[in-house]
Design a binder for this molecule. Structure first.
Ligand code: GRF
Length: 193
């Protein structure tokens, strides 16, 4: 069975914890996959130091060609705050995932990232929050939801305490969603052989 080749996209100031969770899951055999490249526009980002994985520029005008040259099967956005070029979205349709730190379809969309998401959840008086892994389209946070994990919102929560409760769920959810994607992808391949 072929190992799936993943490209992970992170933001220039990203912490990279979801990217690390994916890299670790590949290295420890939880995913039948390898991270072929990490895309980050900031070469000085602490998240990509000592990674031993090629780092590429996500703003490369020939991004689609770059992904093809690397034989990427699956793109994982992890704190990447931009939209991907539409030619990439179309060419990788069904093969781009994103993680969002709330229960979509609520609390998503343009500008809803980082602490703002948790502030909005608290302001709305929600009793639970969590994270969502979804397929990526040309719009922010709109594609099909593939996996969610939930946790309670507690009295006295701050945006920071809520974010801290959700982050480990994100790491689990992302790896599980990729496992599911690989399973579905391989069944489809076998069916077509
Ligand atoms: C996460 O909260 C993720 O849900 C959101 O951006 C954050 C990235 O965190 N899309 P990290 O860089 O993976 O630690």
């Amino acid at each position: 069975m072929k190992r799936v080749r993943i490209a992970v996209f992170i933001g220039p100031k990203g912490r990279g914890s979801n990217m690390r969770a994916i890299v670790d899951a590949c290295r420890h055999g939880r995913l039948h996959a390898d991270v072929a490249a990490v895309y980050c526009s900031n070469p000085d980002s602490p998240a990509i130091q000592n990674l031993e994985i090629p780092v590429r520029d996500p703003l490369n005008p020939n991004l689609l060609e770059d992904l093809r040259n690397l034989q990427v099967d699956l793109i994982c956005l992890a704190g990447y705050l931009r939209l991907l070029p539409s030619e990439v979205v179309h060419s990788f349709s069904g093969a781009i995932l994103n993680i969002h730190p709330a229960l979509l379809p609520k609390f998503g969309g343009k500008g809803m990232y980082g602490v703002r998401v948790h502030e909005a959840v608290l302001a709305a008086g929600e009793k639970e929050s969590g994270c969502t892994v979804h397929l990526v389209t040309e719009n922010y946070d709109e594609g099909q939801i593939v996996l969610q994990k939930k946790c309670p919102v507690l009295t006295g929560d701050t945006p920071e305490s809520l974010a801290e409760r959700i982050l480990p769920l994100e790491h689990e959810a992302y790896v599980e969603a990729i496992q599911n994607w690989i399973g579905a992808h391989q069944s489809a391949r076998n069916a077509s052989l």
